[in-house]
Design a protein around this ligand. Structure first.
Ligand SMILES: [Zn+2]
Length: 373
């Protein structure tokens, strides 16, 4: 009798835990609510340009902000790598605050939607983090660098990039930023890349800004990477950022490193392809305890030690590198790339407003600009 009661209790516990984890798993597959600014003119689906992804998690929303005044078109890509929170938070903030006075802005905040549905195994990353706003905490999901294996599995031993034939690690077959220009009928991730490249051509996108983060020991950091056609535009932007006290490096896109947006979108479409990197402690190999607070503060005692022995590629001190700093750098870089592009292409002006400056974001904090409406 005693053992039956014990068995019933164990069963009840197992059942409750299964229900709880099952619900939590399901919640991870529901898109977070976004609140586009009043300037939104339409919401499109990526599958409208590549029907083969319709109905799958490869499909994602495209937010269009059309000024009604003739000009150029900028595309902002967030959430290519979903363990890089400043990437998609900057895109969310832009789409929730932007006004477009001339030309058109297109924003894909969740470029790889599948990567937001899981975490990287073995990294102890938090599942979510909370940004304080005056209406309370707003929760955001933390995702992965890669497509969810539920959507693409198994990985090959060696990933052979299409069409270059370049060989990369097997896991990179699920890395959207190693799959451009993608291919029709290819893997799940290649199909996303192909759909984005098709969309860029179909909509005559002039300037692409792909938002990323990297660890502090990674050589390409606090940087704008540019395809050769976009180099003048990026160089002007970097000069202007430097004049405002924001240190950015200018990196040419390596011609023989394939699969990356700044290389393949530049080579296979007519756009100016650029990519930005900010410094994210949570991706670093040298970090200590990994908590949701670390996503927000970027303050890590182990990186303090690493900086003291010059093992970081960016300045690092007790102030950390907060999410405000990283999103602020992305927004500043984005605005300078757009104004620089417009200066060089007067017939394709793009004029945006509504986004905070770097200083304003640091002073007023993220939550001021991420208010649920
Ligand atoms: Zn990245």
């Amino acid at each position: 009798m005693k053992s039956s009661i014990r068995a019933a209790i164990v069963l009840a516990i197992v059942f409750s835990v299964s229900i709880y984890t099952g619900m939590s798993f399901r919640r991870g597959h529901v898109d977070e609510q976004l609140y586009p600014s009043a300037a939104l003119t339409s919401t499109l689906k990526l599958s409208a340009y590549s029907p083969e992804i319709a109905g799958s998690r490869a499909d994602t929303e495209i937010f269009e902000f059309e000024s009604g005044t003739q000009g150029g078109t900028v595309l902002i890509l967030g959430g290519t790598h979903c363990d890089e929170p400043a990437s998609y938070i900057a895109a969310y903030l832009a789409l929730e605050n932007i006004e477009v006075l001339q030309g058109r802005a297109l924003i894909i905040p969740r470029a790889n939607r599948s990567a937001l549905t899981h975490n990287l195994p073995g990294e102890a990353h938090p599942q979510k983090f909370d940004v304080p706003t005056e209406h309370g905490l707003r929760s955001f999901r933390m995702g992965s660098r890669y497509t969810n294996p539920l959507d693409q599995w198994p990985d090959p031993e060696v990933y052979v990039h299409y069409p270059s034939g370049q060989e990369l690690s097997g896991a990179d077959s699920r890395n959207l930023n190693r799959c451009y220009p993608g291919r029709k009928g290819g893997t799940f991730t290649e199909q996303i890349a192909h759909a984005i490249a098709t969309f860029i051509e179909a909509e005559d996108v002039d300037l692409v800004i792909d938002l990323h983060e990297a660890s502090l020991e990674y050589p390409v950091i606090n940087a704008i990477v540019a395809h050769e056609r976009a180099m003048d535009c990026a160089a002007n932007a970097v000069l202007e950022l430097q004049l405002e006290g924001l240190d950015f490096a200018l990196e040419p896109s390596p011609p023989n490193y394939h699969g990356l947006s700044h290389r393949e979108l530049g080579d296979h479409t007519s756009c100016f392809a650029t990519l930005m990197e900010s410094a994210n402690v949570i991706q670093g190999r040298l970090r200590g305890r990994t908590t949701p607070e670390l996503v927000l503060t970027g303050h890590d005692p182990m990186y303090m030690k690493a900086a003291q022995i010059e093992m970081t590629r960016v300045p690092y001190d007790s102030s950390g590198i907060s999410l405000e700093v990283r999103v602020g750098r992305h927004l500043a870089g984005m605005q300078k790339l757009i104004s620089s592009f417009s200066g060089l292409n007067p017939e394709k002006q793009i004029v945006i407003s509504g986004l905070p400056s770097y200083g304003e974001l640091l002073e007023r904090k993220l939550g001021t600009y991420l208010l649920p409406k």
